[in-house]
Design a protein around this ligand. Structure first.
Ligand SMILES: Cc1ncc(COP(=O)(O)O)c(C=O)c1O
Length: 411
């Protein structure tokens, strides 16, 4: 199989896996018929088979094995409906178990600190749980949330910090965890872009109390739609599993009212077959990201971000440019390179679609904070004004870095 073929998102193996799942006839195949590459991990997850579908339970252990192969303690994973709900469930679970985790007691209307430069779901997931997002600036040198900005926002109504591993960068989760511990706050890692990524040897999602992933169509591991919640704290994950399953009992989980956030069986089957090819695809993306970093360092008018110690998230490769119009440059490069080149997310404080004060239920809480979220965030504005993203599909072309180099040189 050529590299290009193996990097195509949907292949024959996906058909086989989904059809195999359908062949069981009841969309709830018996766990005994499902194979997993790691039987030991599976045996440790007996409780998951009581509350998750067998496909989802197998996906959970297989994802842990691929994302965090040598992690001790092991990563526990609960597949859920999508990456947005994964964040809401994570916040709900840490809030429910705040005392056991040594966190501040949460109250409705408490604040959750999120970076201004992120997809809106990071903030709206907090609103869904009755928390008010408070926007922190990012460091324009790293593109991720600035710990100093986070610290400035903490007050006696702060409950959690959400760190986002944005595009191809890991947030400084070690510093953020220290800040969280100092104030008794929860640290949630939004790893929607960070499948297979690590910082200083620690896989994404394992420094915070809990981490969340998206399996949405554009992500580097996809089931079309879907999400994962991960933690090294198994008791916390009992709570997540119960909350994602209409409050069904799960070991020591508190019996809380909850909705249905299960990952459908067919989506879990698809995610499992995608996972089989993840390592190969991830390696191709990491290698392209390294090549692009090297090439970009020598190009006039391009400012890449400094490299980090670890494996980068490979969702989108990002660099900053000197051109006066990044919009024009994005369409020019998209045409020449035949791959999606685009702007970063519109920072939330500039986003006309992000008006939490207009929510009739949360508005009264948010209004107190309105001045804050309408403030200026120079770091987020600088990155938004200068940076362009290149989608991970670029890794299907082995000559992409060379083509990028000539495209920039010939502008
Ligand atoms: C940073 C970030 N967080 C959360 C999400 C939400 O994931 P989903 O689309 O699966 O709900 C996304 C999705 O694009 C994202 O980019």
């Amino acid at each position: 199989m050529s590299v290009t073929q193996s990097l195509r998102i949907i292949g024959e193996r996906d058909f086989e896996r989904v059809v195999q799942s359908l062949a069981h006839g009841d969309l709830q195949p018996s766990s005994t018929s499902l194979s997993s590459p790691n039987a030991d991990v599976d045996n440790n997850r007996v409780w998951q088979r009581e509350i998750l579908s067998a496909e989802a339970a197998a996906l959970a252990s297989e994802f842990a094995t691929v994302h965090a192969p040598s992690a001790i303690p092991q990563l526990t994973v609960v597949p859920v409906s999508n990456g947005t709900r994964a964040i809401t469930l994570a916040l709900t679970a840490v809030a429910a178990r705040a005392t056991r985790l040594g966190l501040r007691e949460p109250r409705v209307g408490d604040n959750v600190i999120v970076p201004s430069l992120t997809w809106s779901a990071t903030a709206t997931a907090a609103l869904e749980r009755g928390f008010v997002p408070r926007l922190a600036d990012i460091d324009p040198q790293t593109m991720t949330v600035d710990p100093a900005s986070v610290r400035r926002l903490i007050d006696d109504r702060t409950f959690a910090i959400i760190a986002v591993h944005l595009y191809n960068r890991m947030a400084d989760v070690l510093t953020l965890r220290n800040i969280a511990d100092e104030y008794g706050l929860a640290l949630v890692e939004d790893c929607a872009h960070a499948h297979g990524a690590s910082l200083g040897g620690v896989p994404a999602g394992m420094t915070g109390h809990v981490g969340t992933f998206s399996l949405q169509a554009s992500k580097t591991l996809t089931a079309g739609e879907g999400g994962l919640v991960v933690s090294t704290d198994t008791e916390l994950m009992y709570q997540v599993a119960s909350l994602a399953n209409c409050g069904r009992p799960c070991q020591t989980a508190l019996p809380l009212p909850a909705g249905n956030d299960r990952l459908p069986v067919l989506s879990a089957a698809l995610a499992r077959s995608q996972l089989e090819r993840f390592e190969e695809r991830h390696a191709a993306r990491v290698s392209l990201w390294e090549e692009l970093d090297t090439v970009a360092e020598g190009l006039p008018g391009v400012r890449p971000f400094t490299r980090q110690d670890g494996v980068p998230p490979t969702y989108k490769w990002v660099a900053r440019y000197q051109q006066s119009s990044v919009n024009d440059l994005a369409s020019e490069l998209s045409d020449i390179l035949n791959v999606e080149v685009g702007r970063t997310y519109l920072p939330l404080h500039m986003n006309p679609g992000y008006r939490p004060d207009l929510d009739p239920l949360m508005g009264p809480y948010v209004l107190e904070d309105r001045a804050r979220y309408l403030a200026a965030y120079p770091g987020a504005e600088e990155v938004y004004g200068t940076a362009l993203t290149i989608a991970h599909g670029a890794a299907a072309d082995l000559r992409f870095a060379g083509r990028y180099q000539s495209a920039i040189q010939n502008l």
